[in-house]
Design a protein around this ligand. Structure first.
Ligand SMILES: *[C@@H]1O[C@H](CO)[C@@H](O)[C@H](O)[C@H]1NC(C)=O
Ligand SMILES: *[C@@H]1O[C@H](CO)[C@@H](O)[C@H](O)[C@H]1NC(C)=O
Ligand SMILES: *[C@@H]1O[C@H](CO)[C@@H](O)[C@H](O)[C@H]1NC(C)=O
Ligand SMILES: *[C@@H]1O[C@H](CO)[C@@H](O)[C@H](O)[C@H]1NC(C)=O
Ligand SMILES: *[C@@H]1O[C@H](CO)[C@@H](O)[C@H](O)[C@H]1NC(C)=O
Ligand SMILES: *[C@@H]1O[C@H](CO)[C@@H](O)[C@H](O)[C@H]1NC(C)=O
Length: 460
């Protein structure tokens, strides 16, 4: 990651040489590489490189609105003008450069009355302000014995073996992507859509969202969603806060950007392997979840953050599959059959568990392209009346008998098709502590640097 930084450090001629060393053409050919070193070799995607500086924040640090980005400013103004952001919810004190919530903030907060529905303090999941426009956070599936399959912090550069595994076992998952990873590994991000996974937002830089200003929260989500749109052509309408750290202020900004908050009910704590926790302890975390397969249907938190965490899922999968009747992505879990404005549809729960798992309408690996002109146009949650959207799920988007309830304004027609033209044209709180941040963002950069520096030195 941090490609622009690397460009900054390396003389242009050398950067060009590096580009030539990565000879993959598109998502399809890239998907065939299974040597992690080759997968993680830095490459430049020319269309994206041209627009990075002007259209995206730095891949290092907290996102803010890019100078001169009138599109972003306009949308941010609209969200503020809509009045959805509650004024009474304070920015929480952060520590470690706002990677985490400061313990004093928790200490000073009235967890009992919990006025902000602050999950980190109370595990509150139903907003106390504007609940009708925002919806409750998603934590479990309703159908019995169902595992909601989700992975955070991708795309990881070396995820092909893991994605191959998902494909071979006819599994689709919800992928919560970090924006700075999406722009650093666009071919990997594209594979996720091509394979039919759900694409959701996990912030730009993996900071604690409740410690950031309104505008920073906006920029963290906006630019991640925009990156997914520009790189893959899909508009994400689901997101997960890093560390689960959300409150009614953060939820409202996300809702203004049309994103439903997805949390989790069970946590594998798999990321701790990268901090030295032994494999057996993580296996036992998995087995605790597995042992309750007959009585619970949790959305489960696991990570795409390292080969350790990806391998762990592959190791545990046979046991999960044996115990749970169903393993589904969030779209199937809640019947979000048409989560975005593009004509990309996902099977509902019944279809998915009967074996019809494929998404429809997404580009294939030969044709998917980065589209510098793709317009990211969010539809606020309150306006998502389209059947099968994250605000109006549980209704089959493809069934003629389905009944569109009006949970918001009457904007569904324009939101339904407004951006479909470029769909194809281009293209447990305790778990995630401070150190996850480093795994999420820095670890990747460190490993990349480790790969890159020898190459750089060799050239000199
Ligand atoms: C955290 O973010 C807030 C809001 O932008 C800012 O005022 C504060 O200085 C930041 N704190 C740290 C430790 O970076
Ligand atoms: C779930 O129920 C089935 C059938 O009753 C039983 O065979 C199985 O052992 C149970 N699984 C767990 C994990 O309790
Ligand atoms: C999803 O749709 C199915 C019908 O396909 C229905 O039986 C089920 O209750 C729905 N699930 C949810 C969470 O509403
Ligand atoms: C649509 O669903 C709503 C709420 O479930 C119900 O009140 C209404 O009668 C339904 N309309 C049709 C045409 O089925
Ligand atoms: C979107 O546009 C396509 C092509 O013009 C049309 O076939 C489709 O019915 C439209 N979808 C919606 C939801 O309006
Ligand atoms: C998208 O591209 C594929 C492959 O080129 C094509 O088959 C499909 O019809 C296109 N879809 C739209 C909506 O243009």
């Amino acid at each position: 990651m941090f490609a622009p930084v690397l460009i900054g450090l390396v003389p242009a001629a050398l950067a060009t040489v590096v580009v030539k060393r990565q000879d993959t053409q598109n998502a399809a050919s890239f998907a065939k590489i299974v040597d992690p070193k080759k997968e993680c070799k830095w490459y430049s995607e020319p269309t994206l490189s041209k627009i990075m500086d002007k259209q995206f924040p730095s891949t290092e640090g907290i996102a803010s609105i890019v100078d001169g980005d009138e599109d972003a400013k306009k949308i941010w103004q609209e969200i503020q003008d809509s009045g959805i952001i509650p004024g009474h919810v304070k920015v929480k004190d952060g520590s470690s450069n706002n990677y985490s919530v400061d313990s004093s903030a928790l200490h000073d907060y009235n967890t009992k009355s919990d006025p902000d529905c602050w999950w980190t303090a109370s595990k509150c999941t139903t907003p106390k302000t504007n609940a009708d426009k925002i919806g409750s956070d998603l934590e479990r599936c309703e159908e019995p014995s169902t595992w909601g399959l989700t992975f955070d912090d991708g795309p990881h550069c070396a995820h092909n073996e893991f994605y191959n595994f998902l494909q071979e076992h006819k599994l689709r998952a919800s992928m919560f992507f970090i924006g700075s990873n999406v722009v650093s590994y666009p071919l990997q991000a594209q594979r996720a859509l091509v394979d039919g996974h759900d694409l959701c937002v996990h912030s730009w830089s993996h900071h604690s969202m409740t410690t950031l200003s309104n505008e920073q929260v906006f920029a963290e989500l906006y630019y991640t969603a925009k990156a997914i749109k520009v790189v893959t052509g899909a508009t994400p309408q689901c997101w997960r806060p890093p560390f689960g750290d959300t409150d009614d202020r953060v939820r409202a900004i996300a809702a203004g950007l049309g994103m439903r908050n997805v949390l989790w009910d069970k946590d594998t704590d798999d990321w701790k392997m990268d901090e030295g926790t032994g494999q057996s302890e993580i296996e036992s975390n998995y087995r605790k979840i597995i042992s309750r397969a007959n009585s619970t249907s949790p959305i489960v938190l696991a990570h795409e953050v390292s080969t350790h965490t990806m391998n762990m899922f592959m190791t545990m999968y046979p046991e999960i599959e044996k115990a749970f009747q169903h393993i589904v992505p969030v779209t199937a879990c809640v019947n979000a059959t048409k989560p975005g404005p593009e004509d990309i549809t996902y099977p509902n729960f019944a279809q998915y568990v009967s074996g019809d798992i494929g998404a429809k309408g997404q580009p294939d690996g030969e044709n998917i392209k980065v589209n510098a002109d793709a317009k990211y146009q969010p539809t606020p949650l309150a306006q998502q009346t389209q059947k099968g959207s994250f605000m109006n799920p549980n209704v089959d988007a493809t069934s003629s008998s389905a009944n569109s309830t009006s949970s918001g304004s009457s904007d569904s027609a324009s939101s339904g098709n407004s951006t479909s033209t470029d769909a194809n044209s281009s293209n447990d709180k305790s778990s995630e502590t401070d150190s996850t941040v480093k795994s999420a963002a820095m670890r990747v950069s460190v490993s990349l640097m480790a790969l890159f520096i020898p190459l750089f030195v060799a050239m000199l």
